[in-house]
Design a protein around this ligand. Structure first.
Ligand code: AVJ
Ligand code: FE
Length: 438
């Protein structure tokens, strides 16, 4: 039996909504409306904002229907309301917000059966629906990050990730030459992933796995946080100002470290990818290790380039959508899996866990690819282009597969670490190594 595009869209909308509902209903009303961190929205803002975007794009634009709540558009416009001001807004209360989301969704499911899914770029191959599914899943990851910042009894549970199945260590050499970066064919790819274009790279080495807690703890033990040699000027200034001494959520525990994850404190697991580090910490670690962060193009070549065909694939493992055997995605687990847990997800060159587990900082500012054009609105990507934001790639354990692929781009300020962010290192080959490659 084949599923139609409409069935697939309905399914994805439902899956996103189940997750949103579970994240919102996990806490009581007081915690829903409370701000758990000045850099995050109250959960109830994300909740109603998801419904408002669905109304704007699907009910009004695609469906051409009358507004449901024209009066609340400004409240849920992220650009008109900085996060720290959101708790003071006259927001919908949780009961009103639940009703609003239900009304919008009923209209969307009705129009999904009627509107053409071709003939107009916004709806071709269900793009607008795919964009809204990804938008909701992105806010779900943000809500999950808010849960991690929330102080109190644990309310989320999930089974542990799989153990390591293979040993993964060291680096992999990626051959030089041209490869295709970005995409012009992935139907639900967002504007910043487009268009496909050729990029020429020198050969380079990249870590076969993300940097682990055990490796990162050596940087701390070696005084890495106290040595300005490893930090950029702005990174060191931030380290001093913010008093950084370890990844966010780490606390000293005897001779070692413990971390608190979703309200549960346990000793830091050395074989898991490090998470909750900012760009500056990632860069300092890399310099201490005698290495550097990969560029965004290097990361994508490692993730997509198939040396056998010269083609760029959708994912490291090929073109098929992620399954639980490929990657730790979709909040199936509440933490990164140990290095070596996903041999089926490795690239042809043997680079592991590029997708899932932790977002990976790369040493590239967030800008548009050659030929970029904003679609369908400048505020998704274009207004963030410039040198303020660094790119993160690959998705985390909290990223849904619908909002993750080899071309997907995320971005944040280089000081942020509420994201499920880690990194891997890379290295420029020296002339002798290059000569040996032929
Ligand atoms: C791509 C994760 C940086 O959350 O700010 C959500 C996604 N855009 N609503 C964000 C997004 C509009 C965005 N990130
Ligand atoms: Fe949004």
């Amino acid at each position: 039996m084949t599923t139609t595009l409409r069935e697939r869209i309905a399914d994805e909308l439902l899956r996103a909504r189940s997750r949103t509902t579970a994240l919102a209903e996990a806490v009581d009303e007081a915690d829903l409306v409370k701000q758990h961190s000045p850099i995050m929205s109250p959960l109830v803002w994300d909740f109603a904002h998801v419904g408002n975007q669905e109304e704007l794009w699907l009910v009004r634009d695609v469906g051409g229907r009358e507004p449901v709540r024209r009066d609340i558009d400004e409240l849920y416009d992220a650009f008109q309301n900085p996060r720290h001001e959101r708790p003071q807004l006259p927001l919908l209360n949780p009961t009103e917000a639940r009703g609003y989301l239900r009304t919008v969704r009923e209209k969307v499911l009705d129009l999904l059966e009627r509107v053409p899914l071709a003939g107009r770029r916004l709806v071709d191959e269900g793009f607008a629906f795919g964009m809204i599914v990804q938008h909701e899943q992105q806010h779900d990851e943000t809500m999950l990050a808010t849960h991690q910042l929330r102080v109190g009894e644990p309310v989320l549970t999930a089974p542990p990730p799989p153990p390591a199945a293979v040993e993964v260590a060291g680096e992999v050499v990626v051959p030089g030459g041209r490869f295709t970066m970005g995409t012009s064919t992935e139907p639900w790819a967002l504007d910043n992933e487009r268009p496909a274009h050729q990029v020429e790279l020198a050969p380079f080495a990249i870590d076969a796995a993300p940097v682990s807690n055990g490796q990162y703890a050596q940087f701390i033990a070696d005084g890495g946080y106290d040595d300005p040699r490893w930090w950029s000027e702005s990174g060191w200034a931030h380290r001093q100002r913010a008093g950084l001494v370890a990844p966010m959520h780490w606390v000293p525990d005897g001779d070692g470290w413990a971390y608190t994850r979703f309200g549960v404190t346990s000793p830091v697991a050395p074989d898991e990818p490090v998470v909750h580090v900012c760009f500056h910490e990632a860069q300092a670690y890399a310099r201490w290790a005698g290495r550097r962060l990969p560029t965004e193009a290097e990361w994508e070549k490692a993730a997509r380039f198939d040396p056998a065909t010269g083609r760029s694939r959708r994912y490291p493992w090929g073109d098929v959508d992620p399954t639980p055997a490929h990657a730790n995605l979709g909040q199936r687990h509440l933490r990164p899996a140990p290095v070596g847990a996903y041999p089926a997800g490795a690239s042809p060159l043997g680079v592991h866990q590029l997708i899932g587990d932790v977002w990976e900082w790369v040493d590239t500012d967030f800008t548009g690819y050659p030929g970029f054009s904003p679609f369908p609105y400048r505020e998704y990507s274009e207004v963030f282009f410039g040198s303020d934001y660094k790119v993160l790639r690959g998705g985390s354990f909290g990223t849904d597969p619908a909002a993750c692929r080899g071309t997907f781009r995320n971005w944040d300020y280089p000081i942020r670490r509420q994201v499920f962010s880690g990194f891997r290192c890379a290295r420029t080959l020296d002339p002798a190594e290059r000569a040996a490659l032929g």
